[in-house]
Design a protein around this ligand. Structure first.
Ligand code: FEO
Length: 403
């Protein structure tokens, strides 16, 4: 049975949810599933904006058939060639052999690489600033390179202000019938997944997102139709502001995120003491994450959120605990910057983790590492309690400085 939603009087959401996939890109857990959004415009000509992942292909075809209701499909716009959106290109072409594919040079190149060999008579190449009228609706094509792949572009309907934003403004999470942002409690139920999606999928490309936001500022956007997650038809400024902050690597909140690696509970005990001392001194925005129990995508997302991060690691094989090291590697790969770090190290002999974590952070952009450090020899004692007090004060002082 088809399952569609009307976006505007002549635009339909024809995507679907995938609740069965455990790992997005085979790496990021998605316990709430994910939606693959595709949109079908019924103008004088019919136009499909992007396709979906193969996993929901049958639903997608039923949706298209129901909305077309016997009309032919004239055009298919491909804004992004990643297979979670482009996998159904060939299937659509088989079912609608007269459809013409509109995309850019890089996307057509990738189509070939992925094995979609489309006859040149059925392609129409567009570039930045090109416009095509499909009847009442005129669509402007805007390049959005590296948001999140090099070929990515967005399409803007000049007639009614609908932006087909590709991966930008997307989120993990299945829609479950609630297509629009005003049909969900976004801040409470979706923001964490939206942040985890942005930071892990697009986070590396902040400057490219900034350049897209600058282009977007010049057009009168009324509705944002992303390829994942809710469609935005109200309060656009809320989400645009989040994107602006994330892509400038500015923290959303002043607070302390404590990430710890503890083998037998002694480092965990120390960071619990640290958390209590911070809260007692008035810094109540403190969160603690065990690297061994928290997926790195969640750690990354939270690191984008908080201003201060305490890394607490045992020494393992004379190095940083492997999962802590993995988190640091991911942080570096995603280009995270502008955070203040405190370091707590532990080692029963040859304690090395603090020095190594500091060196790692110094190899990243605009990271501040506090001079004060806590060094444990196996577990906390009276003398390290005093070190901890000094450490707490230095964190709180640095928070004042950032006011
Ligand atoms: Fe949802 Fe970059 O694909």
């Amino acid at each position: 049975m088809h399952n569609v939603r009307k976006v505007t009087e002549d635009l339909y959401w024809v995507g679907g949810d995938d609740h069965r996939l455990h790992l997005f890109e085979n790496i990021h857990p998605i316990p709430r599933g994910v939606s693959y959004n595709s949109y079908l415009l019924l103008d004088k000509k019919t136009v499909l904006f992007d396709t979906v992942d193969w996993s929901i292909g049958r639903q997608f075809i039923e949706n298209i058939q129901a909305v077309l209701d016997g009309r032919p499909l004239d055009y298919m716009v491909i804004n992004h060639m990643e297979p979670d959106h482009a996998a159904m290109i060939e299937e659509v072409m088989l079912r609608y052999p007269k459809v013409k594919v509109i995309s850019n040079e890089k996307a057509f190149y990738l189509m070939n690489q992925f094995g979609f060999h489309i006859d040149s008579s059925k392609t129409q190449e567009v570039k930045e600033g090109d416009k095509i009228s499909f009847g009442k609706h005129e669509i402007l094509f805007v390049a959005a390179p590296m948001v999140h792949w090099p070929e990515a572009m967005v399409s803007f309907d000049l007639t009614n202000g609908v932006l087909f934003s590709a991966d930008a403004f997307g989120s993990f999470g299945s829609l479950d019938g609630k297509l629009f942002n005003d049909e969900v409690k976004f801040d409470r139920e979706w923001l964490d997944d939206a942040r985890r999606y942005y930071t892990n999928i697009v986070g590396k490309y902040g400057p490219h997102v900034q350049s897209l936001l600058k282009k977007a500022a010049g057009i009168d956007i009324k509705i944002i139709c992303p390829l994942h997650g809710p469609v935005w038809r109200s309060d656009l400024g809320y989400f645009l502001e989040k994107y602006d902050k994330w892509s400038r690597y500015e923290p959303e909140e002043k607070g302390v995120m404590i990430v710890y690696a503890s083998m037998y509970g002694n480092t965990e005990n120390a960071v619990s003491v640290l958390a209590s001392k911070l809260v007692e001194k008035g810094m109540t925005n403190v969160v603690m994450y065990d690297v061994s129990k928290t997926h790195v995508s969640q750690l990354i997302s939270e690191t984008f959120k908080y201003s201060h991060v305490v890394l607490a690691s045992v020494t393992y094989n004379l190095g940083i605990y492997p999962l802590m090291h993995n988190y640091l590697m991911d942080m570096k790969a995603l280009n995270l910057q502008k955070r203040t770090f405190g370091i707590l190290e532990n080692g029963s002999w040859a304690c090395e983790s603090g020095k190594l974590m500091q060196e790692f952070l110094e190899g990243m952009r605009e990271m501040t590492v506090l001079n004060e450090r806590v060094t444990l020899a196996s577990s906390m004692n009276e003398s390290t309690d005093e070190e901890m007090n000094i450490f707490v004060n230095s964190i709180l002082e640095s928070m004042k400085e950032k006011n």
